[in-house]
Write a protein that binds this ligand. Structure first.
Ligand code: HEC
Length: 407
């Protein structure tokens, strides 16, 4: 996707040739505004194919304004009316819930800034819940004991914060997705530090994770790179995976201490040699698999969400064997954020209404699941276990964060 500053708008309007396959908008009082304002950074497909409720359109519009959409404030209400009327909620497959014996409680909180789009959560060691407000370029810290939020604006140089990782000193590191940099926040002083990626091709830094030596590893999705940052020196090294357009996405540290990642652009996962950065690829059995995120247990078993096929995948790097399990809500369930808590695999089905939280017991090979209510989930792009085995979630489309108590 192109990202263009609003300043380019007049130039674009002069030079733009009519796009060949551009969808046309139904007539209405705000159609012209949508046509001009909403095509600055991406095409209209996201709108035409992205039916949603009025409430969700309102959140989306706040997100776009936060991202820099040049929407005059007196046009907000007419554009909202237009979108809600012409692009209403799509029919999504219903959630299929599987009963079981584990009890959970889901608590949700709306974050302070409208349209922040909480993308990734982090369970910090002090019990606080952090989130990236990707579209509003902020990091948020929430204290669940006192119910208090504090938001830290990153500034334009670290725009589009995406994934989060905490270092041994309690500093919060993140991928600045829209500005090709890694950022670090010292929560005590509120000071940000910026580490620009050394290669202009390394667009779209995505998921960061610390290894046991304190090295920060990260995927660079659009730029097709794997990155390594040494916090002691600030030095960054980047390597390209062997597969072109692999779209390296989720990343986690294996039982052998090496970073593993999944390709959202290929049916592959990879292991990075921590010393040489050589990448070894493993091919998933099904050619249409597109693993989106992964979680790794203490036993070294890798669990991944196969988003387009509605599958939970399991890979044993020791034996090289794969197995797959059909997600409870079926092939269109879009399994996404995943983690391991209290010995079980947990993930969200993001393509069903409402979204679900799914638990998979690896020993019994048994599923249990719950609807994410009252919010409906709003696409849980990532989740993380707390030290106590509870789960934190970011609910991007409904502007909330959640804490799941696992009883
Ligand atoms: C300044 C750039 C910009 C403009 C202008 C803009 N958008 Fe976006 N839009 C984005 C970005 C960035 C994303 C999200 C990219 C991603 O998924 O990481 C996005 C995503 C979306 C999505 C998908 C949201 C989701 O949760 O996946 C919709 C729907 C959308 N835009 C609608 C609109 C509408 C309606 C307008 C006009 C009012 C608009 N956009 C104008 C930058 C922009």
């Amino acid at each position: 996707m192109r990202r263009m500053p609003a300043l380019l708008l007049p130039i674009l309007a002069l030079t733009a040739v009519p796009a060949l396959a551009a969808p046309s908008l139904p007539p209405g009082p705000a159609a012209a505004t949508v046509q001009s304002v909403c095509t600055v950074c991406h095409d209209l497909n996201r709108i035409v194919e992205g039916g949603r409720s009025r409430r969700e359109w309102e959140t989306t519009l706040h997100m776009m304004v936060n991202a820099g959409a040049p929407l005059p404030s007196d046009q907000f209400a007419p554009v909202l009316d237009y979108l809600a009327t012409h692009f209403p909620e799509r029919a999504l497959p219903p959630a299929r819930v599987i009963e079981g014996t584990v009890a959970i409680a889901i608590r949700e909180w709306e974050v302070p800034t409208p349209g922040a789009r909480p993308h990734d959560p982090l369970a910090a060691r002090d019990g606080s819940i952090w989130y990236t407000g990707q579209m509003a370029s902020l990091l948020g810290r929430f204290d669940p004991e006192r119910g208090k939020f504090h938001e830290f604006p990153t500034g334009a140089a670290l725009a589009g914060p995406h994934g989060l990782a905490e270092d041994g000193n309690g500093a919060i590191w993140f991928t600045a997705n829209f500005s090709s940099a890694i950022g670090k926040l010292d929560p005590a002083s509120g000071q940000f530090t910026r580490y620009p990626l050394p290669d202009p091709a390394a667009r779209d830094p995505h998921t960061p994770v610390f290894d046991r030596q304190g090295i920060l590893w990260f995927t660079v999705q659009g730029g097709n790179r794997i990155g390594r940052l040494d916090p002691a020196t600030g030095a960054i090294r980047l390597v390209a995976p062997p597969t072109p357009d692999a779209h390296p996405y989720g990343m986690a540290i294996g039982a052998d201490g090496a970073p593993y990642f999944v390709d959202f652009g290929a049916n592959k996962l990879g292991r990075v040699d921590p010393q040489t950065m050589a990448i070894r690829e493993y091919i998933l059995p099904h050619p249409e698999s597109r693993p989106r995120r992964l979680a790794i247990g203490d036993d070294g078993i890798i669990w991944y969400t196969d988003f387009p096929r509605g599958m939970l995948g399991r890979f044993d790097p020791k034996s090289g064997s794969f197995s797959e399990f059909s997600s409870p809500s079926g092939p269109r369930s879009e399994p996404y954020g995943i983690t391991i808590a209290k010995g079980a695999v947990w993930y969200s089905e993001s393509g069903v209404r409402p979204n679900t939280l799914v638990r998979f017991d690896p020993r019994a090979a048994r599923f249990q699941s719950w609807e994410i209510l009252p919010s409906g989930g709003g696409v849980v792009r990532n989740m993380m276990a707390t030290a106590a085995g509870d789960i934190v979630m970011a609910e991007s489309g409904v502007n909330r964060i959640a804490l799941v108590e696992v009883k």
